[in-house]
Design a binder for this molecule. Structure first.
Ligand code: DGJ
Length: 549
C-alpha cells in the first residue's frame, strides 16, 4: 500500500505544479529516531521502511529520459527513488544556481507518490572529481588537486584545501535551502547522500604540502581523545590495529598506528571525514534532513579506495563527521550477511543505498539487522511490476507497519538460505524454528522471467507469546517449544494485509501443516512433525499460532 501525501504549502503547489497528490503531511521534517531497539527514519511523524531503488548515474540529468520510468518505478512497488543531483548542473557558473532538475524530480516523484533521496555528486564520485563544475575543474590553482607520491596531480579534489570544501559546501547549502523552500512542508525528499563512495582509488594518500605536514604532525587530539575515551567500544579490528602498534595515546600517525599501508587509509579517512562533515554541516544549517555517506567496500577490507569508510574506519568517520548520520555500505560482494553485521555496529543504523536486486538480501537486512531500507542500483533498468523485487517490495510494503514495530521491539528475525547454508534455527519468543530450504517448489518460471525462483528466505515476527507472522519464499520450518513437550500448529492461515489490516485467506491444515507424518518417531525426538511451508516464487505471508502438547 502506498503512502500518499499532499503539499499544504502554496509555494510548493504552484512552484512545482502539483494538483494530484493526496492525503497526509505534518510539519516535522524527516529525521532519525531511536525507537526501542531500532533507529528508524521518521517521515510525517511515522516510521518509514525505505523500499527503494537507485537510478543509474546520468538518468536524473534528463527529465525526458526519466519521463517513462517514474510510473514504472511506482508500479514496481518502490516507495523511494535515489537520484543524483550534480554540482556541475546545479552551479554551472560560480554563484549562479539552477534547480530545474531538482524541481522536476520532486514534481514527478509527487505525481507518482514516490519519495526521493538525493545523491549529491559534489567534490567526488568514486574518488573522481568528474561532477565538479567546469569553473572548478579548470581552475586548479584555486581548487587544487590531489598529488600522488611522485607529485603527479590526479583528478581528485584535494581534501586538504579549504577552498575546495568551501566551494562544495556553498553549493550544497544553496541546494538544501532550495529543497527546504520547495519541499519543507511536503517532505518528498526524505534523506540526502553527501558525495558518493568517498576515497582515493588506486592511491594511498594525498601528498600536497598540507597533507605531508598533517601526516607528520601528531594525530589530532579530537580523534586521539575519542579513541582513549571509547577504547572498550571501538570496533574490534580498529582497536586491534591500534593496540598492535603499541596502543599509544599520542604521536604522529605512523607512531600511533604503525608504519603500515592501513595507517595511510586511517589518515585519509580522518581528513575525508572532516571535509564531508563541513559540506553536510553547511547543508544541515539550511535544512536538516538526515544525511549519510555510501561506502565502496572494494575487493576486501583494506582495499583500494583509501580513506573510504570501510568497517575498520567506522569510528574514525563517526568522530570526524558527526553531521553524517549513517555510514551506509554499498553491498555488491557475496558475503552480504557479514557486511550487514559489520555496519550494524557502534550505534550505526543499517541502510543499504546500493546493492543488487536480491529479494532474500532485502528480507535478511530488514529482518535481522533492523535495516531502515534497501535500494538496488540501476533501478530504472529493472522497473517492472513482474520482477521478484517488485513482488517482494509489494509484501514488505503491506507488512511495513508490523515490521517497523517489531524492529523497535526486537521481535523480528530473518533467515536467508542457500546450498552452502541450507538450514538455520531461529529462536524468537517462546519457540525456536528449524528452517530449511523449501521442498515444495512453485511453478517453473517463464523463460527470461523470475531469475530468483529458487531463493529461500523468511522474516519471522513474534506478535504474541504463541503468535507469529512469517513472510517468505521457498522455505519450510518445524518448531520446538521451551519445555519438554513437542509444539504443534494451533492455527495457520495464509492471507494478505489490506489497508494495514490482516485479511485471512485459506486456513491451512492436513498436508499443508504436516512436514512429517511419522508422529511416533517424531514424538520420541520431542517433535510433532508439524510446521509450515511457503512455496518459492512471490513471497507470501502466514499467521501462525503454536501450542505445546
Ligand atoms: C557504485 C557507485 O556508487 C554508483 O554510482 C555506480 O557507479 C555503481 N557503483 C555502478 O555499479
Amino acid at each position: 500500500m502506498k503512502l500518499r501525501y499532499v503539499l499544504p504549502c502554496a509555494v510548493a503547489l504552484f512552484g512545482l505544479g502539483m494538483a494530484d497528490a493526496q492525503s497526509v503531511s505534518t510539519s516535522s521534517i524527516p529525521h532519525l529516531e531511536k525507537r526501542g531497539q531500532a533507529t528508524q527514519l521518521m517521515v510525517d511523524g511515522r516510521p518509514f521502511l525505505i523500499l527503494a531503488g537507485e537510478l543509474t548515474n546520468s538518468a536524473s540529468s534528463s527529465m525526458e529520459y526519466m519521463a517513462p520510468y517514474w510510473p514504472k518505478l511506482a508500479a514496481a512497488n518502490m516507495n523511494t527513488i535515489l537520484a543524483a543531483v550534480t554540482w556541475e548542473l546545479v552551479e554551472p557558473e560560480p554563484g549562479k544556481f539552477d534547480f530545474a532538475l531538482v524541481d522536476g524530480a520532486i514534481r514527478e516523484a509527487r505525481r507518482n507518490h514516490l519519495r526521493l533521496i538525493f545523491i549529491w555528486f559534489g567534490s567526488w564520485k568514486n574518488g573522481e572529481s568528474s561532477y565538479t563544475p567546469l569553473w572548478v575543474k579548470k581552475n586548479q590553482k584555486q581548487y587544487p588537486l590531489f598529488l600522488s607520491e611522485s607529485g603527479q596531480a590526479i583528478t581528485y579534489l584535494s581534501v586538504f584545501k579549504e577552498a575546495n570544501w568551501k566551494a562544495d559546501a556553498n553549493a550544497f547549502a544553496a541546494m538544501m535551502r532550495h529543497i527546504r523552500e520547495v519541499d519543507g512542508e511536503a517532505h518528498t525528499v526524505i534523506m540526502m547522500q553527501v558525495e558518493n563512495e568517498v576515497g582515493c582509488p588506486g592511491a594511498t594518500r594525498d601528498y600536497v604540502p598540507e597533507a605531508k605536514a598533517a601526516f607528520n604532525a601528531p594525530v589530532p587530539r579530537q580523534l586521539m581523545d575519542y579513541m582513549v575515551k571509547n577504547k572498550e567500544n571501538l570496533v574490534q579490528e580498529f582497536r586491534q590495529y591500534w593496540e598492535a602498534a603499541g596502543g599509544k595515546t599520542s604521536g604522529t600517525w605512523a607512531e600511533v598506528f604503525g608504519n603500515q599501508p592501513m595507517t595511510n587509509e586511517i589518515f585519509m579517512a580522518w581528513y575525508y571525514a572532516l571535509y564531508v562533515d563541513q559540506v553536510a554541516k553547511a547543508g544541515k544549517a539550511e535544512y536538516a534532513l538526515p544525511m549519510f555517506i555510501n561506502v565502496d567496500l572494494g575487493p576486501a577490507i583494506g582495499g583500494y579506495s583509501s580513506g573510504g569508510a570501510l568497517p575498520i574506519q567506522l569510528n574514525v568517520w563517526q568522530r570526524g563527521a558527526p553531521a553524517i548520520d549513517i555510514i551506509a555500505p554499498d553491498i555488491y560482494l557475496p558475503n552480504f550477511a557479514e557486511w550487514c553485521a559489520w555496519y550494524d555496529r557502534s550505534g550505526n543504523p543499517l541502510w543499504i543505498p546500493e546493492t543488487r536486486g536480491d529479494t532474500a538480501n532485502a528480507f535478511y537486512a530488514i529482518g535481522n539487522h533492523a535495516a531502515m531500507g534497501i535500494s538496488p542500483f540501476g533501478i530504472e533498468r529493472q522497473a517492472d511490476a513482474a520482477t521478484p523485487l517488485a513482488e517482494a517490495y509489494g509484501l514488505l510494503a503491506q507488512a511495513a507497519p508490523e515490521i517497523l514495530e517489531a524492529q523497535a521491539k526486537g521481535a523480528i528475525k530473518a533467515v536467508s538460505l542457500n546450498a552452502q547454508h541450507p538450514t538455520e534455527t531461529v529462536k524468537l519468543g517462546n519457540y525456536s524454528f528449524a528452517f530449511s530450504m523449501g521442498r515444495m517448489r512453485g511453478p517453473a518460471p517463464a523463460a527470461g522471467g523470475n531469475a530468483q525462483a529458487s531463493a529461500s528466505y523468511a522474516i519471522v515476527i513474534s506478535t504474541g507469546p504463541d503468535d507469529y507472522t512469517i513472510l517468505g519464499s521457498g522455505v519450510q520450518a518445524t518448531f520446538n517449544g521451551p519445555g519438554p513437550s513437542p509444539a504443534a500448529v494451533a492455527k495457520l492461515e495464509e492471507g494478505a494485509y489490506v489497508d494495514g489490516r490482516w485479511v485471512p485467506g485459506r486456513r491451512l491444515n492436513g498436508d499443508d501443516i504436516m512436514l512429517n507424518y511419522d508422529a511416533p518417531n517424531k514424538f520420541i525426538k520431542n517433535e510433532s512433525g508439524q510446521g509450515f511451508r511457503i512455496a518459492s516464487g512471490a513471497p507470501k505471508a502466514l499467521h501462525l499460532q503454536i501450542y505445546g502438547y
